[in-house]
Write a protein that binds this ligand. Sequence first.
Ligand code: 5GP
Length: 110
Amino acid sequence: MVSIFSKIINREIPSEIHYEDDICIAINDINPKARIHILVIPKKPIENINSSDENDKEILGHLLLVCKKLAKKFKISESGYQILTNVGEGGGQTVMHLHFHLLSGNAVTL
Ligand code: 5GP
């Protein structure tokens, strides 16, 4: 099944795009849980970390570096931020297309 994120990537559904390159896209979360809540999503429809493999190494590393780049852009590098990814329904994942949440403003405490 085509995920909502693939539809956003393909411009079938509008979204505020903060960053895009050949590998990923970064958008505002529609239901933000923090002052800054951005989703960094690979264009390749990997379901989650469980279904990623060695071939996805470059994509996974790239997503983290894009989070860092966005943290700088949104001036949260110094104050701090969180990068979070949910895996599977039991892990709180609701959209089955890998994404990193970049959060700042009110921390999720672990
Ligand atoms: P998950 O629960 O899978 O880790 O995170 C999915 C996130 O996607 C949620 O925080 C939810 O608010 C967000 N989301 C779901 N549908 C849409 C949408 O259509 N557009 C955007 N921008 N975010 C969405």
